[in-house]
Design a protein around this ligand. Structure first.
Ligand SMILES: *Cc1c(COP(=O)(O)O)cnc(C)c1O
Length: 353
């Protein structure tokens, strides 16, 4: 008998995606100017609750732009979580600045109490990553930033639609970044967004992503820029996805509720001030490799948690990050997006057996 394969994640393109992409092609607006880019940026700003949204080519390039736009440079330090996807650390390193690590707490996000000890004269910013969709404790982080006069940067690449005390992730800091990679809450295939309420930062970011072309003479460049331009075709896809975002978040919250009820295994908790978009649902189990193998034989794809940044051979960090190590050792991600109730029943039954 053929077994049904349940992928860890599968984008759904069940709205106006085909229509809008075709429209962009019919209009011959295939480059980095066009109506869909403007509409996507405007609608995204409305959705997140920020003044400016600027499209980019990926979440990683969005983070890089955010660092440069805030003036982070060689000699500076940026506080980062040890438990994260690698992109935010790379963005710091691209500027020549140095990431400084802080361990996770039991929400899997950066532990605010660990931050203050790591602040030095060189510290310029705190980079908060909303891990697997759960918001960081932003009030605690912003209080520390205010006292020490630091920027706060949000990496919301996993947190489209998540709420912190009723406000959208991505609207809670000086500058925030999103990814629209194929496995994120909404996708443009590859793509990213920078959001900010600061007019000058927004203007600088727009210039940086487009080679810093001159204002009076286009070919007298205003600085060292990048080509991080999204295409209008990608924005067409993004706009159609954005129209459906509340539905995608609702679906993922339903999946998490189902797992909570039917598995009752240690998992990422949701704080009373948080609404997570549940990008992924992670469980903590002592024999996770065995479980992953068993699920794989039943057609169910899983994925490991991140490996801590202090364990990456390309970096050299000192210090101990015990919570991060524990998450890496025991953490397993279950299928979370685009599942039917019978998929969920099959997954839960296989795990329980
Ligand atoms: C996916 C992701 C990124 C990077 O996004 P890309 O579009 O793949 O470059 C950055 N940060 C976090 C936390 C992510 O999960």
């Amino acid at each position: 008998m053929e077994i049904k394969r349940i992928p860890i994640c599968q984008p759904s393109l069940d709205g106006n995606e085909v229509e809008y992409v075709n429209q962009a092609l019919y209009d011959t607006q295939i480059g980095s100017q066009g109506d869909f880019l403007q509409q996507f940026e405007r609608s995204f700003s409305d959705y997140i609750g920020v003044k400016h949204s600027i499209t980019t080519t990926s979440g990683t390039t969005a983070l890089h732009l955010a660092m440069v736009a805030l003036g982070i440079k060689r000699g500076d330090e940026v506080i980062c979580p040890s438990f994260t996807m690698i992109s935010p650390l790379l963005a710091v390193i691209y500027t020549g600045a140095r990431p400084v690590l802080v361990d996770a707490d039991d929400t899997f996000c950066i532990e605010p109490r660990g931050i203050e000890r790591k602040i030095t004269k060189r510290t310029k910013a705190i980079l908060a990553v909303h891990i697997y969709g759960h918001p960081c404790d932003m009030d605690a982080i912003r209080d520390i930033a205010r006292i020490h006069n630091l920027f706060v940067i949000e990496d919301a690449a996993e947190a489209h639609g998540s709420l912190y005390k009723g406000f959208k992730c991505g609207s809670l800091s000086d500058i925030s970044c999103f990814s629209f990679y194929a496995n994120k809450i909404i996708t443009t295939g590859e793509g990213g967004m920078v959001c900010t309420n600061d007019d000058d930062v927004a203007k600088h970011t727009r210039s940086l992503k487009n080679l810093c072309f001159g204002h009076t003479n286009r070919y007298i460049h205003e600085g060292i820029g990048y080509n991080y331009r999204m295409t209008n075709i990608q924005a067409a896809l993004g706009l159609a996805q954005l129209e459906r975002i509340d539905h995608y978040v609702y679906q993922r919250r339903h999946v998490a509720d189902y797992y909570n009820k039917h598995l009752q295994l240690p998992h990422q908790p949701e704080r009373e001030w948080a609404v997570s978009c549940n990008w992924y649902y992670g469980i903590l189990v002592p024999n996770k490799l065995q479980l992953a193998e068993k699920l794989s034989r039943a057609g169910i794809e899983t994925r490991q948690f991140f490996t801590g940044m202090h364990r990456q051979p390309c970096f050299r960090f000192r210090g101990r990050y015990p919570m991060t190590d524990r998450l890496t050792k025991d953490g397993l991600l279950l299928p979370t997006g685009n599942l039917t109730d019978s998929d969920l029943e099959h997954i839960c039954q296989t795990i329980r057996s």
